[in-house]
Design a protein. Sequence first.
Lengths: 137, 111
Amino acid sequence: MQRAFRIQSELREIPRLAEQVEAFCEEAGIPVSSVYPINLVLDEWLTNLIAYAFDDDAEHTIEVDLRTADDGLTITVTDDGQAFNPLTDAPEAQLDGDVDSRQVGGLGLHFMKTLMDEIDYRSADGVNRLILRKQPV
Amino acid sequence: MQVNEETIDGVLVVSPAGRLDSNTSPEFEAHLFQRMEEHPSLVIRFGDVDYISSAGLRVMLMTAKKVKQNGGRLVLCEIRDPIREVFEISGFLTILEVCDDPRGAVERVNA
């Protein structure tokens, strides 16, 4: 099963997309316990894109493609903003320390690395693609 | 997002409901910071939260820092799966004070 969703680069699009992703997962027979991690990882990536990737005032469309096969779910997020490779361009999240020293930055990418089985990022000709894979539970 | 509040044994218990994400977290943070002006200690109940992202966790960390500065106490309660897993993989369950239910959380604040 495959479906593509397009959203504008606006934060308010994210909860709307989450409902559509949930419906897709239900139809595709993805276990309910996987839906939250999928939507969380998408939310974190899209929130980052919307906040940092687009430095002009133009409207941008982000495409989210979901595809299920026997080997699991593949999520592809395509954007035309500034490239940002989550595997190489971000420091590791700081996960220790007490309330005073702890910083919250980097948690979104930490979720991605923890909850997804494979992460791939490609950027060419002004088009960026994040490809996430999650094996069946 | 809706925020409900009640006072148990003199302690303000704040119950956000719905999604705590990048859309709703700024508003929730502003609400908590306003409440902290009068209430040095707080209980936050997660029983009605369906979803939390790093934006919501950021608010919890900022609130915990502020409560500590004010010499108060912050206790979170009713953090159940799948929200709990997000707190867990963030390492937040070890740095924030967490309790099962609001009454237990209030007892800790008043201890």
